[in-house]
Design a protein around this ligand. Sequence first.
Ligand code: PLP
Length: 433
Amino acid sequence: MSAPGSPFGSWLETDPEVARLIGEEFGRQTTTLQLIASENFTSPAVLAATGSVLTNKYSEGYPGARYYGGNRVIDEVEDLARERATSLFGAEHANVQPHSGASANLAAYQALLEPGDTVLAMRLDQGGHLTHGSPASITSKIWRFVAYGVTPPSDDPDVPGEVIDFDQVRDLAKSEQPKLIVAGSTAYTRTIDPEPFRQIADEVGARLMFDAAHPAGLIAGGAHPSPVGIADVVTFTTHKTLRGPRAGAILTSAELAKKIDSAIFPGLQGGPLEHVIAAKAVAFAEAARPEFRRYAASVVANAKAFAAALAAEGLRLVSGGTDNHMVLVDLRSFDPDLTGKAAQEVLDRSGITCNRNTIPGDPRSPFVTSGLRLGTAAETTAGMGEAEMARIAELIGRTLRGRDDPEALGAVRAEVAELCAAFPPYPGLVGST
Ligand SMILES: *Cc1c(COP(=O)(O)O)cnc(C)c1O
């Protein structure tokens, strides 16, 4: 017997407990709908590189300048990943060592700021990330964060509402004189244009960091404007729309290369995860292929179709729609008593996996919320298209309306299973049916 869900499953026979858990998670991922906007299905090649012997090697330092011996091959692996990253994004320099998006952001701050410096970033309850100055994050203990937000909702279809308020960004930049402006968000469904941020940063003499954790794959695939060459530093995760292993990376100019590299090592991390760096190299090459451009375009087309179908179910969309891979739903329009938490929990029972999310001006706490965030990156990888998005929206509507009716929920669960069986994300992988 081999453990499902791993390209090296049979080796796990020596540890049936872990093998069972991996198998169970494989089952969950392939029999329920994965609509968490920050998740995706990596390729079997990415899984294989992540599960390789490269995990055994210590390689503190950078290619050609390591502290330990035996790094000839590892140097080639990391050089390949760096070359593929710079070529994919058209950047002068790439650091592929960040263990995560959070590490990448911390390193960028460390490279560009002194403790106590002011940073202007997006409000946490409107889509800013924890590393953009949450009181719970170390970032807010080292640097002083000031936050910009989105415009109020609009009743006029010609005036977009709930979009980044650039007047506010400029006013705050002028009054607070930040050393760094951060563009980027975890829950913003519109294109984030790097140009107005650059303009404002130049007006006040600030550096600009673009946190592309979410849209990195859309940028690589040409479905979102690239901040490379506009922002001083671009940080991103490799596991969201980019569809690589769980990790981070940083792109920057040649001028800032040394500062960024020293901020990651020895500034923040020890030995790099070279198995994950090899998997990043695989993902960068995959993202450079024409199929990936088609993938990025489908992710966006699917999100637009999904948004329209959710609106038809009576769910209000924050900002009225989407330009990227996610939609943010305001549940109050559907039922003022339905919280994000309750909706997430009942959708879980239907086999529809998503997350509760605060919406701009949310009266409820981040643990309860009035919103749901839904993304199309993963199920688009599995092959779903606009017709399936419309069907999923209908299943979501039925789940929320029938939330107190176990029979209705059971019927939805059966349809979800049927849909998942028709779109297996890993048709070739051990354990797949
Ligand atoms: C996901 C995300 C991160 C952090 O990535 P991790 O790999 O979870 O540390 C940082 N910034 C933004 C905007 C994100 O969405």
